[in-house]
Design a protein around this ligand. Structure first.
Ligand code: ADP
Ligand code: ADP
Length: 231
């Protein structure tokens, strides 16, 4: 699914070069559920930007779902992103005046999917995150956990190869965090491939594998022995 080999990302800060990533090798198979951890500045955001085809590496190979993306142009990356990646953000990034179902339909609207199919697929996605009875609610009428579940439905609706979530529980209390992790566990059980960034060890324990970054490389890559089951 995901194959990264010898990935480097060098930023130039004036005369000083910063290696945000310095030789990363990572394989994520289909239907894995992975947490990326590591201190601030260790390269997590840079890694997520590359995984999500928002940015390309300075060096190295990235194969996503059979496509070589390391050397793709900006336009090609945009197409790959729309087809293959579902994004979930810390701050939900929902349109405030827009209902849950309209938020979830949006990626399909951009993809040119017709209105009937859009509606049907958005309802299915909202049902899969347990919000089949909230489809006409606006974000402010929903709890934080419910808003993040709408955002997850929006990420899912285009049937992406992989779901990438950057601190998906960062704005949530512990009960809502667990609610969101329960959804990810359910989606993982249904066959989805999911990579999240989190700095909370107790959130990482809901995944199956923890990849720890330090100073732009992978310091530790371990299976979660006693995976927490979210309620
Ligand atoms: P993390 O997400 O783990 O906090 P980042 O990937 O944001 O780490 O950053 C890794 C390193 O690369 C840091 O030293 C950061 O300052 C640097 N960096 C990240 N993005 C840029 C950029 N656009 N320009 C210059 N330096 C950057
Ligand atoms: P996070 O909380 O995810 O670690 P950061 O504060 O490290 O976020 O970075 C936020 C954004 O700013 C990222 O997109 C990162 O690439 C960029 N960035 C980080 N460090 C620098 C830097 N030194 N110069 C320019 N951009 C940076």
């Amino acid at each position: 699914m995901i194959d990264l080999k010898g990935i480097k990302k060098i930023y130039a800060n004036g005369d000083i070069q910063v290696a945000a990533l310095n030789g990363v090798n990572l394989h994520v198979g289909s239907n894995e559920f992975v947490a990326i951890m590591g201190p601030s500045g260790s390269g997590k955001s840079t890694m997520m930007n590359i995984l999500g085809c928002l940015d390309t590496p300075s060096e190295g190979e990235y194969c996503l779902d059979g496509t070589d993306v390391a050397k793709a142009s900006g336009d090609e990356l945009a197409v790959i992103r729309n087809r293959k990646i579902g994004f979930v953000f810390q701050g939900f990034n929902l349109l405030a005046r827009t209902t849950a179902i309209e938020n979830v339909e949006l990626p399909l609207l951009y993809a040119g999917v017709g209105s009937k199919e859009r509606r049907a697929r958005a309802i299915t996605a909202l049902e899969s995150v347990g919000l089949g009875n909230r489809i006409h609610h606006r974000p402010k009428e929903l709890s934080g956990g419910q808003q993040q579940r709408v955002a997850i439905a929006r990420a899912l609706v285009s049937s992406p190869s992989i779901i990438l979530a950057d601190e998906p529980t960062g704005n949530l209390d512990s009960r809502s965090s667990e609610e969101v992790m329960a959804i990810f566990q359910r989606l993982h059980a249904a066959g989805n491939t999911i990579v999240i960034v989190t700095h909370e060890p107790e959130i990482a324990e809901f995944t199956q594998r923890i990849v720890r970054f330090r100073d732009g490389h992978i310091e530790k890559d371990e299976i979660v022995e006693n995976q927490r089951k979210a309620q």
